[in-house]
Structures are given as C-alpha cells and as structure tokens.
Design a protein. Structure first.
Length: 51
C-alpha cells in the first residue's frame, strides 16, 4: 500500500529486525499485520507515520 511516491506499507519476509531502519523509506511489517491493515483500510484512509 503506497502512501507517498514509491514508499509503502508492506509485509516482509527477508528480515525480522522490525522497528529498525531496514529500507529506504517503506514501513516494514510482519506479513499478518500487513494483511490485516490491507483488509481494514479503504483507499484514502489517513495513516499517520511517526519516527
């Protein structure tokens, strides 16, 4: 789910170091949480991302 240009919210399988910077701007999540968010949020849902 993209939120700005090429940045998105998505599940990951290549690392388990969640909560630490591991990409160039995407928000990595465990796959089950990414699936839940995808099913919950409609297009246009406001998502606030904090550092």
């Amino acid at each position: 789910m993209y939120f700005h240009e090429g940045y998105g919210l998505h599940g990951v399988t290549w690392h388990a170091n969640l909560g630490h910077p591991m990409s160039h701007g995407c928000v990595n999540q465990p796959n089950d949480e990414a699936e839940w968010l995808f099913n919950f949020a409609d297009v246009g849902t406001l998502v606030n991302i904090h550092d």
